[in-house]
Design a protein around this ligand. Sequence first.
Ligand code: GLU
Length: 490
Amino acid sequence: MSDRPVRVRIAPSPTGDPHVGTAYVGLINLAFARRHEGSFVLRIEDTDQERSTRASEQAIFDALRWVGLSWDEGPDVGGPFGPYRQSERTEIYREHVRHLLDSGAAYPCFCDGPTLEGIRKRQRELKRNKGYDGTCRAIPPDEARARMAAGEPHVIRLRVPDGTTTVHDELRGDVVIDHDQIDDQVLLKTDGFPTYHLANVVDDHLMEITHVIRAEEWINSTPKHILLYAAFGWEPPKWVHLPLLRNHDKSKISKRKNPVSLLYYKQIGILPEAMLNFLALLGHSMPDEREVFELDEFVREFSFQRISLGGPVFDVEKLLWLNGVRIRAMDPRVLADRIREAMVPGDWLQQVVPLFQERMRALGEFMPQAAFFRQPGLDVPASELIGAIKGGGDPKILSKWLTEAGERLDALRDFEPAPIEEALRAWCEQADVPTGTLFMLLRLSLTGRKATPPLFETMTVLGRAACSQRLRTAAATLKAAPAPKPAPAG
Ligand code: GLU
């Protein structure tokens, strides 16, 4: 290791709910930083203007803190290398691109959409790996400058030289990549905003990151990043690509098979220390094979050598087991406090109480009516779901409705009552399903009850992750249910 002080980072994009993978990668970065008395940085990569939101950014901070992670530098805590939010660094990226243009390492590309489509098609016919063939490389620099000055729309691309690049990964050894696999990647988009590659490399360099420890899914970007470091004349960091978390069937962890939002686990009452313990067990083993331990013990034993590359399975049963072990070890008075905090936290009560105020006659009616919000693994029987539909219904079709409507909800940027209602009404219209029918089916799938507070408000408070999980459970229950008996003839 070079003698520079260790500096590592996580760089989540603030889109959607905070992901368990972010906490996993964050934990490994934190452990490595602490082990080497280094710094752990949180950077927000919000260059995707369409999908990034401040609400999602805040949810990332809150969820990572909930689980017990803390960072030395970041948008919310400041630090000497800020700003730590990429949307506030646009001028830095543009300036760096100007250097690359001046040195000839990058060039403007004026190809428009249809031209690019034509190029890609031709490249496919010629069975070339690259999507872009370098057409605009041939434009003389003076002409290129004049066209840029005249405001002609363009992107800036990296001029990838011929040759090969070796990626040395600390866990995997060397991988050699031939440059004919690597496109002249876009660095600045037409709107003048940077791509992930450019912003990520410039920031890692300027923030003096010594080790990039990230998920395996980014490994294909690494040769591009190494080429960018070379174009700038900078020394690249060390690379560590952590194995991806997996579903039981070994596919990449996804919300279709497992809840992946930290908020979901918080909501059902997973203890944050159990979550952190569980994440620490994914892919990393302790010298004495111990399974129940605290963060400081993990930091003490942490080593890249103890990480196995075999695709750790995100096993929710194991998480519940660990949670149970910790619950049983607790002083009952502490446990009572923890239940109170977890089940009726102040901010949650503030959101939920107005939903029930209209229908309560005594305070004691609140808990039974609102219990569905916090229930882990709500699983409504098929007969009740089918019974929600006037005259019954074919469970396979109802299952399909729930799946399709659920996909609409998953795609929403803001999980607020108005957009939820709009998306569901649009789906009903398109699928030719009466709104009342779908809404009753949703109400039952999400709450287990026929009478609830207003559906869309309830969904917002329940949260995207729990809604998505419950709809999937109900869809699976219906799919497995026997088809209805044909009505007797005559
Ligand atoms: N913004 C990327 C993400 O969402 C960062 C990947 C990296 O760590 O380089 O995870």
